[in-house]
Design a protein around this ligand. Structure first.
Ligand SMILES: Nc1ncnc2c1ncn2[C@@H]1O[C@H](COP(=O)(O)OP(=O)(O)OP(=O)(O)O)[C@@H](O)[C@H]1O
Length: 337
């Protein structure tokens, strides 16, 4: 097997396609997150890959095997694709073992089910019914069920969205570990930026029916392809301004940028450091998050910007302070944000 490859994929429901030429690849053993806003076509992409919805044009291949193109349309059960649906969608009338072993040859079923349950941390749960499991446990069973027939690729539809924050983190780490241990190639779709950046090796940002950017999470966050991607993948502080000779004047002071002419300057809230040398600011409010805090700062021209502060809180609402930008600012030429 040598990964999943999608070229120029067009698919949809009405006259205007939802996917308008999607190019993606997931290398063997890779985990790709497809990130996009609600309604951008993530579920449609999964349905097309799984063979539940037709391709209008383009090509899907798994290793050397073409799954769909203009002339080929391999039926879902022969694609070698495993699916983890939203909220697990287990068979409610089957036990955990029955769910995981569903579709496996009888002879090897028992050992294989035990091996998979161990992989997802649920050894001993064989005889439980889905209704007796927590949301996180159900997702683990769904993953074990998807991996059971040794698929060429596993597709996951918002696999963590129904879980609370602490459980989500734990399950993400475990799912990554299980996929790695299994050597599985996987693609997940999500509208949650943190999830996409935190769980995958690579992230594809889907927008307007095409992939706006495909890259490592760090690359997509620090070097977004355009302003739209930059705003979608994380919190941002933006100013309309003009870059000249590698410098833009902003309410945060003169910032070094790459580019020229009118455009938008963008920095991330964690780049705004308080105290030290910088421009004067007043603390308008503090939103405490536990692990860190958002400090709303009013600058001299009245603009309010968000700063993300780690560790003990250095300020309280009403305090005077100073704020400086650490690290490079991004600049996107063109109209204001
Ligand atoms: N069966 C259908 N018939 C007609 N239009 C559909 C159908 N399913 C989805 N659509 C439309 O296709 C577009 C993409 O839907 P899709 O469910 O793929 O988006 P999504 O990115 O998965 O959204 P979400 O994150 O909200 O689940 C939407 O505009 C939706 O209204």
């Amino acid at each position: 097997m040598s990964g999943l490859r999608i070229d120029g994929l067009v698919a949809g429901y009405g006259p205007e396609p939802v996917l308008r030429g999607v190019d993606l690849d997931v290398p063997d053993g890779g985990l790709l997150a497809v990130l996009g806003p609600s309604g951008c076509g993530k579920t449609t992409l999964l349905r097309v890959l799984a063979g539940f919805h037709p391709v209008r044009s383009g090509r899907i291949a798994l290793g050397d095997k073409v799954l769909a193109d203009g002339s080929v349309d391999v039926p879902p059960e022969r694609r070698g694709i495993g699916i983890v649906p939203q909220e697990g969608a287990l068979f409610p009338h089957l036990t955990v073992a029955g769910n995981v072993g569903f579709g496996l040859p009888r002879g090897r079923r028992h050992d294989r089910v035990a091996e998979l349950l161990e992989l997802v941390g649920l050894s001993g749960f064989e005889d439980r019914m889905p209704a007796q499991l927590s949301g996180g446990q159900r997702q683990r069973v769904a993953l074990a069920r998807a991996l059971a027939p040794r698929p060429g690729v596993v597709l996951m539809d918002e696999p963590f969205s129904s879980l609370d924050a602490a459980l989500r983190d734990e399950l993400r780490a475990d799912v990554r570990a299980a996929l790695r241990a299994f050597g599985a190639t996987a693609l997940l779709v999500t509208h949650d930026q943190e999830e996409a950046l935190g769980v995958a090796d690579r992230v594809a940002v889907l927008r307007g029916g095409v992939v706006a950017q495909l890259g490592a999470p760090h690359q997509v966050y620090t070097s977004p392809a355009d302003l739209g991607v930059a705003l979608f993948v994380g919190e941002a502080v933006t100013f309309a301004g003009e870059a000249r000779d590698g410098v833009a004047e902003t309410p945060l002071g003169r910032l070094a940028v790459e580019g020229d002419g009118p455009g938008t300057v963008l920095v991330r809230p964690e780049q705004l450091h308080l105290g030290g040398e910088g421009v004067p600011a007043t603390v308008a409010d503090v939103l405490f998050h536990g692990h860190d805090a958002t400090v709303l700062l009013r600058l001299a021209d009245g603009t309010v910007v968000r700063s993300r502060v780690q560790g003990p809180l250095p300020v309280r609402p009403g305090d005077g302070t100073s704020v400086a930008v650490a690290g490079p600012a991004l600049f996107f030429a063109g109209g204001p944000a």
